[in-house]
Design a protein around this ligand. Structure first.
Ligand code: TRP
Length: 341
């Protein structure tokens, strides 16, 4: 092939800076299949592709809920077990509780100086949580936790944060804080991108949103029998011919989808195979699919649960790594602010 003498040589392709991914789950109870198919398995996929993954367990954030706060230790341990069971590898990913990382928490103070009370007050997710909270008085933590979340994200200079749509106001605040800090003190923080997860894929067994606080969740750690019982009680309809039609038959379609996700098949195909078998055949298929798919995960969880000392050790190691990263960032922050004494 002739190359024109004027052709400019291809620019050397700079390797794209790999993303550091940070996300987390409130330690409020066991993770369910909605979490698993919605985000958890994607995180494990990212980790296995070599992405540097940080998982924060925001144990200070949940102090806004007194009932949860009373069982914090249990919830944290359960969450670590769910992560490990789902395939998070504590050697590669950093699992940590933010309360154990003092330098991360210290970032909160300069960060709070960069946002106004009015900005904190008009965060729609916080407003919604206040409207639904059962507390008599709203604590200061409720208004400031999004700034704390900015510290969760910025302490390790995460560039990509996979979360649901409700978290977008917090991510916007995080970018605002990063930008204002950099403008005032010099470049320290990247502005992280949001990786929006799809709308929740799965409904609860009653056809409403699958939620830790409703008795409609299929939790990861459930036994086969518990799973069978929950699916047996799931809401369906009276039409015998099973189809996949989420708009007109949300409950039936949700069960079909669950089986399809577990079998890695097309939901229409799953529905066609059940045909006129009705709700009973559908539920038998779903129970079998869920219990088969999650058997290895549940076995792994049970194995880890036998040695909680080891699980706590993995968390301590994650906390140690997070502290190392946080102290380095705090040093940069102090230098940028001129507060190295
Ligand atoms: N606010 C998140 C939630 O309610 C939890 C969370 C805290 C988080 N810090 C985070 C999520 C940092 C992503 C990144 O679910």
């Amino acid at each position: 092939m002739l190359t024109s003498p004027t052709a400019t040589p291809a620019a050397p392709v700079a390797p794209a800076t790999p993303d550091r991914v940070l996300t987390g789950d409130r330690p409020t109870g066991p993770l369910h299949l909605g979490h698993y198919f919605g985000t958890l398995r994607n995180r494990v996929r990212l980790q296995n592709e070599g992405v540097d993954l940080f998982l924060v367990i925001p144990d200070y954030q949940v102090l806004t809920d007194r009932d949860v706060a009373e069982h914090l230790g249990e919830h944290v341990e359960g969450l670590v077990l769910d992560y490990l069971a789902a395939g998070v590898d504590a050697d590669r990913a950093t699992i940590f509780t933010h309360s154990a990382v003092p330098a991360l928490n210290q970032l909160l103070l300069p960060f709070l100086s960069l946002v106004s009370v009015a900005e904190l007050g008009r965060n729609p997710t916080v407003k919604d949580e206040i409207a639904h909270s059962r507390q008599a008085a709203v604590s200061g933590l409720m208004y400031t936790y999004p700034a704390h979340q900015a510290a969760d994200i910025l302490f390790c200079k995460a560039t990509l944060v996979p979360v649901g749509r409700d978290q977008e106001p917090h991510l916007e605040l995080t970018r605002t804080i990063a930008r204002r800090f950099n403008e005032r003190y010099g470049p320290v923080f990247p502005e992280p991108r949001t990786l929006l997860s799809e709308a929740p894929l799965l409904l609860g067994t009653d056809g409403t949103k699958m939620s830790k606080s409703r008795a409609n969740s299929l939790v990861l750690k459930a036994t086969s029998d518990e799973t069978a019982r929950l699916i047996r009680g799931a809401k369906t309809d009276a039409t015998r011919l099973i189809s996949y039609d989420p708009e007109h038959r949300p409950e039936v379609s949700n069960l079909v989808l669950l089986a399809a996700l577990c079998q890695d098949r097309d939901p229409h195909e799953v529905a066609a195979e059940i045909g006129t078998g009705g709700a009973a055949a559908l539920k038998a298929t779903v129970t079998e699919a869920v219990n088969t798919y999650f058997a290895p995960l549940r076995a792994r969880r049970a194995e880890y649960a036998q040695d909680l000392g080891h699980v706590r050790q993995l968390l301590r190691e994650g906390n140690r790594r997070a502290n190392e990263v946080a102290e380095k960032t705090l040093t940069e922050v102090r230098e940028a602010m001129g507060t190295t004494y």
